[in-house]
Design a protein around this ligand. Structure first.
Ligand code: CUA
Length: 409
């Protein structure tokens, strides 16, 4: 039962066993005395009750002994409490945000996770709050349990000195899916933790590419999500078969491979995709080799990177704890086939039906209170802190859940 050398564990346990032991002794003692009195002073043995008017020593004993016992209980309780409240200076801080019904752990470098990864041997301070109702972070292995309260900061700390996986529960009833508000502390070796921590943005590559596309103004004409614009969408472009028109008016079919993607950026008019006007400027000499590489890489692998980043993000942000990806209903609508679904929303008490398109989904994430889907409770917090790249990843993931054969895996 004691996997830790975390000081507070032994102290809290001692206080518990001390109080428990005294309680057992008192229970047995009082029961025995009560039994003895029933026997000894039964009417048949003691027909006439003795009237005792006072006994100084008895009074002193029943005042002083319980006082000493209670003071001792307080002392050991205080020792455990102090150990739980005194955070060492070298502690690493993790911000904890509780919400119905998930935990978000945010690290000093901005990395967010729904599982609490910590390096073995480094004390961890948890700075906690809640965005909706009162929850309570409970990690039995470290004997810590602390409420998280909206608009209030609370803290707890522990020293993960033994590798392993330990349960995290919510210990405050917080609504329908209270029991689902579970996670784990994963104690990694310092090397494993460093590797996990340094991989700060799995989406960095994709995020950088989207920035580059924005810098060169590509996204004004080419969408990332498959919608048609002034130019063809960049989504799933790589490997697609294209009908292109040469400057001399002849046309031919080609496969959008890597060399083609480069040519299409550097000299788009040489092989113009059929059906589009020749309005794109050649980027030859304008775009740096580095940026060109980033763009082509994204076009080749980015859709997949973005999809993975979207799924990781939606798990880390706790979306998946209320919105299933397989069609089952939790607290919110399922994400399966969400894209293009027709939904009935309630705004200011008025119902209307709309199509869950890109704009609606962004609004539903950033400011969910505006167009609540009919039949669901308005409990989702606004996610206005998400960056455009992060939203793009989420949309990409949701779109993938709405494709034929999508199973959310
Ligand atoms: Cu959160 Cu119970």
């Amino acid at each position: 039962m004691l996997p830790q050398n975390f000081d507070a564990v032994a102290k809290v346990d001692f206080a518990f066993y001390f109080i428990f032991g005294i309680s057992i002794i008192l229970l047995l003692g009082i029961t025995a005395v009560a039994g003895w009195f029933v026997y000894r002073y039964h009417h048949s043995r003691n027909p006439k009750a003795t009237d005792i008017s006072g006994n100084l020593w008895a009074e002193v004993a029943w005042t002083v002994i319980p006082t000493i016992i209670v003071m001792a209980m307080f002392y050991y309780g205080w020792v455990g409490y102090k150990a739980l409240r005194t955070v060492p200076d070298n502690a690493m801080t993790v911000k904890v945000t509780a919400r119905m019904w998930s935990w978000v752990f945010q690290y000093e470098n901005g990395k967010r996770s729904s599982v609490l990864y910590v390096p073995q041997g480094t004390p961890v301070r948890l700075d906690m709050t809640s965005v909706d109702v009162i929850h309570s972070l409970y990690i039995p292995a470290y004997r810590i349990k602390m409420d998280t309260v909206p608009r209030m900061d609370t803290y707890a700390w522990f020293n993960p000195d033994t590798r392993g996986s330990y349960d995290i529960f919510c210990a405050e009833y917080c609504g329908m899916k209270h029991a689902n508000m579970i996670s784990t502390v994963e104690v990694l070796t310092p090397e494993e933790f460093e590797a996990w921590y340094a991989d700060a943005n799995a989406s960095e590559g994709a995020g950088r590419a989207i920035q580059v596309f924005e810098t060169y103004g590509c996204l004004g004409c080419h969408s990332l999500d498959g919608t048609d614009g002034v130019g063809p969408s960049l989504k799933n472009l790589y490997g697609a078969t294209r009908q292109v028109v040469m400057p001399d008016g002849t046309s031919r079919e080609l496969v959008a491979d890597e060399p083609y993607l480069r040519r299409a950026i550097l000299d788009p008019a040489a092989e113009l995709t059929a059906g589009y006007a020749p309005v794109m400027m050649p980027y030859e000499g304008t775009v740096s080799d580095d940026d060109l590489k980033v763009m082509v890489q994204w076009l080749m692998h980015g859709n997949q990177v973005s999809l993975d980043a979207g799924r990781d993000l939606m798990m880390a942000e706790g979306c998946i704890s209320c919105h299933s990806t397989d069609g089952t209903m939790i607290a919110g609508p399922t994400l399966k086939n969400i894209w293009g679904r027709s939904v009935t929303v309630v705004e200011n008490g008025k119902e209307r039906t709309l199509t869950a398109d890109r704009d609606y989904l962004i609004e539903a994430i950033v400011d969910p209170s505006r167009n609540m889907v009919k039949g669901f409770d308005p409990i989702m917090p606004p996610y206005e802190y998400l960056t455009p790249e992060q939203l793009e990843h989420m949309l990409e993931y949701m779109r993938s859940l709405s494709e034929p054969g999508a199973d959310g895996q």
